[in-house]
Ligand binder design. Structure first.
Ligand SMILES: Nc1ncnc2c1ncn2[C@@H]1O[C@H](COP(=O)(O)OP(=O)(O)OP(=O)(O)O)[C@@H](O)[C@H]1O
Length: 456
């Protein structure tokens, strides 16, 4: 039979026990290492990542309380939260083994064991570890597809360069970060970037969108609940704060956190522990919080909406993302990026944006910021059928601030509008009639006639 797993390690000071375990498990693992004391295990875990660890609880002569083993277990779980640790106990020491399971061990076997039972216990612990790792890889791949690799934080405007430099300086520290910005300005990309460049990046970032969470579920989503904590709480649930242990927690739309839960979040962060709903046992957490909100600084400073003590805990570092209308110079590169992405996605040709169209797009106020620009680019790729993009391919609701179609407030005077368009096209092309005519979709003759009509 081929071994199912690659490596097991047995930590026991009794060589007979180690040998017995090796014999019982030799078909299941390619390699089985024996270590006589827990002191050797941690350096070993720096080099190797065993599929299963068999751990004796008592090493000191005559020790029976298992303290040394439990300490070792805590250290193992810190190095590798997915570790599959099977506890070896003396007959009758079940209560210590149960304590070990509460602290993260997968299971236990009592000495003397039956080989079948030992093999079955170790096999299911190693399989569970494998599936946890698979799920983690799957999750991070899915989130990378949705947000990651294809979405870098673009922007060369001075404000964006400042944002990038702030991210680089803040990320490696463990300081909490608040990201402020209107909807669609890239707050989530910034949060991912902070996490990616942090010391916690080996673990996937955990997110919770407090704008999309129903009020009744806030508490259990954040802090978790025990079985039967409230009607409908059938099973136990790990809250996001605990799920983000050793990682970062992205609290999106943190301004929506109800006032009555704000002290509970503050206490959890200050004391580094959460108390699940329906429980009175605090669970330790080690979490870095990255929060985002579209509230303005003034709104955040309003004590009736947001507790200032919580704000001070969250905003050690504040990153402000400017709205797109304050960094219009980035519009061409963002359009280029997203038009390219969607042209590839929909298998369409790469088209140019004529200068006049680009100028209109740059003057648009983009109230939905980069998200709206991205949608507009996607639609344009689907709609365009000429050899370049036209303004009609971009849906720009309101077109506020777009001078190309700056409609006089009181009259919708077509003549006046025509005159303005012609003037703009002429100026843009330095009075080159052929270029201006083609920009406007007119023949040279038709343009001359209209110039005459408007006295240009
Ligand atoms: N600087 C940027 N460079 C590239 N893409 C961006 C940038 N900013 C935003 N986007 C894109 O715009 C969309 C919205 O970004 P994101 O979700 O990060 O914004 P947000 O500020 O978190 O929005 P909301 O407040 O609505 O949740 C995403 O598709 C993202 O890829």
């Amino acid at each position: 039979m081929d071994p199912t797993f690659s490596l097991a390690v047995v930590v026991d000071d009794d060589p007979d026990i180690s040998l017995a375990a090796r014999l019982a498990l030799r078909d299941m693992f390619e390699r089985i290492e024996a270590l006589p004391s827990p002191a050797e295990l941690l350096p070993f875990l720096k080099r190797e990542s065993p599929d299963a660890i068999l751990l004796d609880l008592n090493f000191e002569r005559a020790a029976t309380d298992g303290r040394e083993g439990l300490d070792t277990l805590a250290r193992i779980m810190k190095v590798d939260p997915d570790a599959a640790v099977v506890i070896i106990t003396a007959h009758g020491a079940v209560s210590v083994a149960v304590e070990a399971i509460k602290r993260g061990a997968s299971d236990f076997v009592a000495k003397p064991w039956s080989n079948e039972r030992l093999a079955a216990t170790v096999r299911s612990a190693a399989a569970l570890r494998q599936s946890k790792i698979d799920a983690r890889v799957e999750r991070s791949r899915a989130s990378e597809l949705a947000h990651g690799a294809e979405t870098p934080l673009l922007g060369e405007a001075a404000a964006m360069q400042r944002v990038r430099s702030l991210i680089e300086r803040a990320a490696p520290t463990d300081a909490n970060v608040v990201i402020l910005g209107e909807n669609g300005t890239g707050k989530e990309i910034v949060a991912r970037e902070v996490h990616r460049l942090s010391r916690r990046s080996a673990e996937p970032m955990v997110s919770i969108d407090l704008g999309a969470t129903s009020e009744t579920l806030f508490e259990s989503e954040l802090f978790g609940h025990v079985k039967g904590a409230f009607t409908g709480a059938a099973g136990e649930r790990i809250g996001r704060l605990k799920a983000a242990d050793h990682s970062s927690l992205f609290l999106d739309e943190v301004g929506n956190l109800p006032l009555h839960l704000q002290p509970k979040l503050l206490t959890a962060l200050e004391q580094r522990q959460v108390v699940p709903v329906g429980s009175n046992r605090p669970v330790p957490i080690d979490v870095r919080v990255i929060a985002a909100t579209n509230m303005s600084q003034d709104q955040l400073a309003d004590e009736t909406r947001f507790r200032q003590d919580l704000l001070f805990r969250l905003n050690t570092i504040e990153i402000h993302l400017p709205p797109l209308r304050e960094r219009r110079e980035d519009i061409p590169l963002l359009l280029d990026h997203y038009l390219g992405i969607y042209a590839r996605k929909y298998d369409r040709p790469l088209r140019q944006i004529p200068p006049a169209t680009l100028e209109t797009l740059m003057h648009h106020d983009w109230p939905g910021n980069v998200r709206a620009l991205r949608h507009a680019a996607e639609r344009a790729v689907i709609m365009a059928d000429g050899d370049h993009y036209g303004l009609e391919d971009f849906p720009l609701p309101g077109r506020a601030g777009a001078p190309a179609v700056a409609i006089p407030q009181t009259t919708l005077n077509l003549d006046q509008l025509e005159k303005q368009m012609i003037e703009r096209a002429l100026r843009m092309h330095h009075f080159n009639i052929s270029l201006a005519a083609s920009e406007l979709g007119l023949s040279r003759g038709a343009l001359y006639r209209r110039m005459e009509k408007h006295g240009l």
